[in-house]
Design a protein around this ligand. Structure first.
Ligand code: SF4
Length: 366
């Protein structure tokens, strides 16, 4: 069966694929590199085998769009140290098995540490209210999409007077990472499939500098396979016309100005700081730390435990995967010995990680 026969709308997929082939032909000898800056896009692309439907001169690479993957191992080390001091540590599930310099939170839990997984950060308030004699620390990892509910959590901690709950922040914003990518001449990315969930918060307008100042094609697209193919078509069309711009093709979710209420909540609760990104180094203004008047909710201050850079496994090439320098299969550890059951780096752990996506869907088609 052809790949597109498995799509819900195979005719539309066939038509889009034919258009992409024509656009590839029109590009001639030009090689085009596009980056999807969203772990959910990475998963959708791998799940539906979309790279196989692109023209041979169009390469789609993954970017730093998985917040767990870009988190420095020193952050995991700090969370482990806090757990060792008897605090309960609450986290989204994706962080559990991410390796720090000396193990993961899952290892610590197996050794008796109290590490809980939440689905919504506010769940932690009920757990902590029933356990007021003990400190509870929420691992605040994510991009703008997660920063909004974390902001709501911080305000709710304050409102309820939950003085045994603090946040260990490694929250980040995406535009400064795009700045780092477009100003790195070695990466030569022609266009971005912009992060759609993040765009719902910051708005499509946020990408104007990458089109207008840096000449990169920018398209906001949804997560259905046809959305992604349509997004690539729109990117190639911009490149062929030589007219880079921001094209919001996900208007059913993303507004030009984003979500002002969420933006206000983030601005109220957080201040921007420089932050380390795996693979990209320290990016100025890319981190979100708690605002000065909420600093008593900062776990690193409460525990007097600053987050310092951790030790990255030197053989793991997550940094290069996150910049689109290599595909996951280009890492010599991919599949042997690094697998989701025995991950050497976060890109093989996270449900949005490029290595996990490549492994999972490679396996399912064999
Ligand atoms: S395959 Fe494993 S070791 Fe290699 S880059 Fe991916 S996560 Fe790191």
């Amino acid at each position: 069966m052809r790949l597109i026969d498995g799509f819900r709308q195979p005719r539309a997929a066939a038509a889009l694929t034919a258009e992409l082939a024509e656009l590839g032909t029109a590009l001639g000898a030009r090689q085009v590199k596009l980056m999807e800056v969203c772990g959910s896009h990475t998963m959708a692309i791998a799940r539906h085998g979309l790279k196989d439907l692109l023209p041979p001169n169009v390469r789609l690479v993954s970017g730093p769009g998985c917040p767990v993957c870009v988190t420095d191992p020193g952050y995991v080390d700090a969370a482990l140290a806090i757990a060792e001091r008897g605090a309960a540590v609450a986290t989204f599930g994706d962080m559990l098995r991410v390796p720090g310099s000396r193990g993961s939170l899952a290892d610590a839990r197996a050794d008796g540490a109290d590490v809980r997984v939440f689905y919504s950060p506010v769940q932690v308030l009920d757990w902590a209210a029933a356990d007021r004699g003990r400190p509870w620390v929420v691992l605040a990892v994510g991009f703008e999409t997660t920063a909004a509910p974390l902001a709501a959590l911080a305000l709710e901690i304050r409102r309820r007077g939950c003085d045994n709950v603090t946040l260990l922040t490694a929250t980040k914003t995406v535009p400064p990472a795009l700045d780092a990518l477009v100003t790195d001449p070695a990466l030569s990315i022609d266009g971005f499939l912009c992060p759609a969930h993040v765009s719902a918060i910051i708005g499509a307008r946020a990408y104007l500098p990458y089109a207008e100042e840096h000449g990169r094609a920018c398209v906001v697209a949804g997560f259905e396979p046809l959305d992604v193919l349509d997004g690539v078509r729109a990117l190639l069309t911009q490149l062929l016309r030589g007219e880079p711009r921001v094209d919001n093709r996900y208007e059913r979710v993303v507004r030009w100005d984003g979500n002002p209420a969420a933006q206000r909540a983030i601005a109220r609760v957080f201040r921007t700081v420089d932050a380390p990104w795996r693979g990209l180094g320290v990016i100025p203004g890319s981190g979100l730390a708690l605002a000065d008047d909420l600093s008593d909710l900062d776990a690193s201050l409460r525990f007097e435990l600053p987050v310092t850079p951790g030790r990255v496994n030197p053989a793991c090439r997550c940094g290069d995967v996150l910049k689109g320098v290599i595909d996951p299969e280009g890492c010599r550890l991919f599949g042997a010995p690094c697998t989701p059951d025995r991950p050497f780096g976060p890109c093989m752990v996270s449900s949005e990680g490029s290595c996990a996506a490549a492994w999972r869907y490679r396996r399912s088609t064999q």
